[in-house]
Design a protein around this ligand. Structure first.
Ligand code: CAA
Ligand code: NAP
Length: 246
């Protein structure tokens, strides 16, 4: 039977590429979308026209009860989750001077609390079955910090602390836990950056001189999910065109 891969935020730029890659490798791909996403059905049918049989469930990853209910439904209707990709995330960029509690909390809850909310209901099952993969999508900005992102950098750095601690706890149970830290990838999250900031401050810091492609990150997710990657755990893998060296 096909392994079940759950990709949160699979309708976004990176998430969609991850879903497509995992489906191509034979996984049963399940994704989540925000409960208020009115374009979910349209996305699913466009994917179906391209030959992908994805399943999608509404879930507010920032909310523990919503995450729990979503995993229960997936387990009942499809089967236990073998690969969890914690990909859903948001930015609310502003200098610390302008940062209020609402925008701090929104980013911490969606990017960091979500990792607890989604991992908690699947991790014990993976350990009991003796196989599992948890892949957390962090960011180069969690590794090096970024102007205007105290909230996001804190959440993304926190994800990797979680990765390392949980990796230790489940290392002997056939479950690996890893972080991927992408640099700037050409999705709508990056397109929201003012063009002059992107051109004058960010692209010059990328030795390859270009944005990454979602497919390049998806390939790394696929490797971490594979049986070949069984000895790789607790790592934070940078994929950023060399930006981490700046
Ligand atoms: N580095 C250094 N200085 C910067 C800067 C940067 N990255 N971004 C802005 N500044 C400077 C500006 O040049 C400006 O300087 P002066 O006052 O000397 O002219 C000063 O900061 C204030 O900038 P703004 O007028 O733009 O201030 P603002 O309050 O309107 O906006 C901001 C500030 C929200 C941080 C805006 O500049 C911005 O959106 N920056 C981009 C932030 C960013 O890189 N986000 C990444 C999003 S993608 C992502 O997060 C994915 C991922 O994981 C990689
Ligand atoms: P994106 O296109 O904006 O997609 C983000 C996804 O997250 C959307 O599908 C969105 O679903 C989902 N989401 C947001 N809040 C949610 C919530 N509360 N509950 C459920 N789903 C929620 O962004 P992206 O560029 O693909 O980013 C994906 C991940 O990669 C994020 O964690 C991001 O921080 C990380 N990352 C991105 C880059 C980059 O350069 N793009 C670099 C490094 C790391 P709905 O549309 O249904 O709300």
């Amino acid at each position: 039977m096909a392994r079940v891969a759950l990709v949160t935020g699979g309708m976004g730029g990176l998430g969609e590429a991850i879903c497509i890659k995992m489906a191509a490798l034979g996984y049963q791909v399940v994704t989540t979308h925000s409960p208020g996403n009115t374009k979910a059905a349209e996305w699913l049918s466009s994917m179906e026209q391209q030959g992908f049989n994805f399943r999608a469930y509404p879930c507010d990853v920032a909310d523990f009860d919503s995450a729990q209910a979503c995993i229960t439904k997936i387990t009942e209707e499809i089967g236990p989750v073998d690969v969890l990709v914690n990909n859903a995330g948001i930015t609310r960029d502003m200098t610390f001077k302008k940062m209020d509690k609402v925008n701090w909390d929104a980013v911490i809850r969606t990017n960091l609390d979500s990792v607890f909310n989604m991992t908690k209901p699947v991790c014990d099952g993976m350990a009991d079955r003796g196989w599992g993969r948890i892949i957390n999508i962090s960011s180069v900005n969690g590794q090096k910090g970024a102007f205007g992102q105290t909230n996001y950098s804190a959440a993304k750095a926190g994800m990797h602390g979680f990765t390392k601690a949980l990796a230790l706890e489940v290392a002997r149970k056939g479950v690996t836990v890893n972080t991927i830290s992408p640099g700037y990838i050409g999705t709508k999250m990056v397109m929201a950056i003012p063009k002059e900031v992107l051109d004058s401050k960010i692209i010059p810091q990328i030795p390859m001189g270009r944005l990454g492609k979602p497919e390049e990150v998806a390939g790394l997710v696929a490797y971490l999910a594979s049986d070949e990657a069984a000895f790789l755990t607790g790592a934070n893998i940078a994929i950023n065109g060399g930006q981490h060296m700046y």
